[in-house]
Design a protein around this ligand. Structure first.
Ligand code: OOB
Length: 547
């Protein structure tokens, strides 16, 4: 069990959430066989030609759970999961839920810097990767990361060419037949984690250099999923297409992959949001709903004119993760022949949706209402005082699926949470008279590139370590395609002249994910500073936008 470093909800509130029926005291893994029994041969997961029934999924998950147990991993141990959208991702997630091993959801784009930092932070005992992905050798990466971790760690690989010493996940799953399935089922039914235990670790977009990891319990995550399912009308007819990286909270559980399975529907895994692949899959699999960040939805919008595929099954696209202009929102539905539901959410918890039947004024110009009546929202000024109704301020939130702190982050928690447990979202919002949230901006220091959150502090700390750089600051520059890109302001040491290329190369060599690399460089003789001596980001942002 992981308890150390997890900030619990106050006991009286935890009790209230149970009494209210939010927390049902069941683990996510406990549903799997119930589904298999009720739904048996119905298809649960599709990935290309591969189709898994609910029963196949249950058998495969228990088979992988047994493999993890055989490696010595059990309740409270953690495994880094870095897989593209594939059927094995779903199996691995449920294998973890069944065995109590906690997956840390990372992105295929992450590299050694991120994996090592997060792996050390959570004390990972295993790393699960594809063999190669988009030309990159993840197996090698996993080895390097595992070797660098403080304790021994296993490498598990999904692919055809598995190096000796690593676990061949496909070979393990080929062995997942009916034989022994019942015994394995009994084993993981009898030895399961508690519902108040951590089910999954999610990464926070974060504003600091240190990785911030969010522990979501079975109770809270199951509740989040259930409410999202209701808000989005998921049911047995749902065919959800997962194209955003599956490790994100949005496609994973809002309602996403886990919501579609909870509702008895079907999940179609596709490892790319490219319009041609997406349109082709929507037709082939008769997809009813999918989700996208605005940058991805824009690409679909541009491609809609030359689309030759039948998209008539598609009813909804969920759009969220970064700002969506109301004009763009208004064009998506007509172009793709569906409706949109906007979603404003965060890995830290709180999720809002526009209603299924919302009039355009709400569906296009607001980011929706909280999914739970127990979500608490406060909008405050910089001094922490509530603003007048309808005014813009920072959103603070608490509730039955918004944890009270980051995992093992005492210092950061003092900054990100108030003493009475409110999470400071760092988002500037206003709330309309009918209770819809409208996101207006943010006060947190990050760059939101196509929905991926990049911590300015992380990039700055790494740039400052580079030779030739005396001082560095990272700010967002607005971009029509991806929303924002990273712009670096750098004061070089006298006599040195770093270029964008040399900085990008150096950060890549350091093991940083490509999407975080600066895409513009401004060399300056002096950085502007605030009265307390920090780089003046506001001035720099204005300067960057002006160029
Ligand atoms: C989702 O989760 P994260 O953890 O990657 O990012 C959360 C942050 C929010 O605090 C906000 O700054 C931004 O992403 N954001 C939006 C937004 N939805 C999220 N900003 C403007 N408009 C929106 N609709 O991004 C996430 C998690 C669950 C569901 C959907 C998105």
């Amino acid at each position: 069990m992981i308890r150390d470093g997890v900030v619990p909800w106050p006991a009286d509130l935890a009790y209230a959430y149970r009494v209210a029926g939010c927390w049902r005291g069941r683990t996510l893994g406990s549903y799997l066989w119930e589904w298999a029994e009720q739904r048996g041969d119905r298809i649960a997961v599709v990935d290309g030609d591969r189709r898994l029934s609910y029963r196949d999924l249950a058998i495969a998950a228990d088979r992988l759970a047994a493999e993890l147990a055989g490696l010595g991993l059990g309740p409270g141990d953690t495994v880094i999961v870095q897989l593209p959208n594939c059927w094995e991702f779903v199996v691995a997630t449920f294998a973890c839920f069944r065995s109590g091993v906690v997956p840390v959801m990372m992105l295929p784009a992450h590299r050694e810097y991120e994996l090592s930092a997060v792996g050390a932070h959570v004390g990972a005992k295993a790393v699960l990767v594809p063999d190669r992905w988009r030309g990159y050798d993840h197996q090698r990466l996993a080895r390097d990361v595992a070797d660098g971790l403080p304790g021994p760690a296993h490498v598990l690989v999904v692919g055809d060419e598995v190096y000796p010493g690593s676990v061949d996940v496909r070979a393990v799953l080929r062995d997942a037949g009916e034989r022994d399935a019942a015994a394995r089922r009994d084993r993981f039914d009898a030895c399961h984690p508690g519902a108040a235990d951590v089910a999954v670790f999610l990464l926070s977009g974060g504003t600091t250099g240190i990785p911030k990891v969010i522990a979501r319990t079975h109770d809270d995550y199951a509740y989040n999923i259930r409410r999202a399912v209701e808000a989005c009308g998921f049911g047995p007819e749902t065919r959800y297409l997962a194209v955003l990286p599956a490790g994100h909270n949005f496609p994973l559980a809002n309602p996403g992959i886990l919501g579609a399975l909870y509702a008895g529907g079907r999940v179609v895994m596709l490892p790319s949001p490219r319009p041609d692949a997406v349109f082709e899959t929507i037709e082939a699999e008769r997809v009813t709903v999918t989700s996208a960040v605005p940058a991805v939805a824009l690409k679909w919008l541009e491609a809609a004119g030359r689309n030759r595929h039948d998209l008539t099954t598609l009813q909804y696209i969920h759009i969220g993760g970064s700002m969506l202009a109301p004009e763009v929102a208004a064009r998506i539905g007509p172009a793709l022949g569906c409706r949109i539901q906007q979603v404003y959410g965060m890995a830290e918890g709180l999720v809002c949706y526009t209603p299924l039947d919302a009039p355009d004024a709400i569906a296009h110009a607001t980011q929706g209402r909280p999914i739970s009546p127990y979500d608490e929202l406060r909008v405050v000024d910089p001094d922490g005082h509530a603003v007048a109704p309808g005014q813009v301020g920072e959103l603070l939130t608490r509730g039955p699926y918004t944890p009270r702190g980051y995992f093992r982050a005492l210092v950061q928690n003092q900054v990100s949470f108030t003493a009475d447990g409110w999470y400071r979202t760092g988002d500037l919002v206003r709330i309309t008279p009918d209770g819809y949230v409208v996101v207006c901006g943010r006060v947190k220091d990050l760059i939101n590139r196509a929905g991926e959150k990049i911590s300015a502090g992380e990039i700055e700390a790494l740039m400052q370590e580079l030779p030739g750089i005396a001082e560095a600051a990272a700010v967002a520059i607005p971009d029509p395609e991806v929303g924002e890109r990273v712009c670096a302001f750098v004061r070089p040491h006298p006599g040195s002249r770093p270029t964008l290329d040399t900085i990008r190369e150096a950060l890549t060599a350091r093991g940083l994910a490509v999407f975080k690399l600066p895409e513009r460089l401004e060399l300056v003789d002096e950085l502007p500073h605030t009265p307390i001596g920090k780089p003046d980001k506001k001035a720099l942002r204005a300067r960057a936008a002006g160029r």
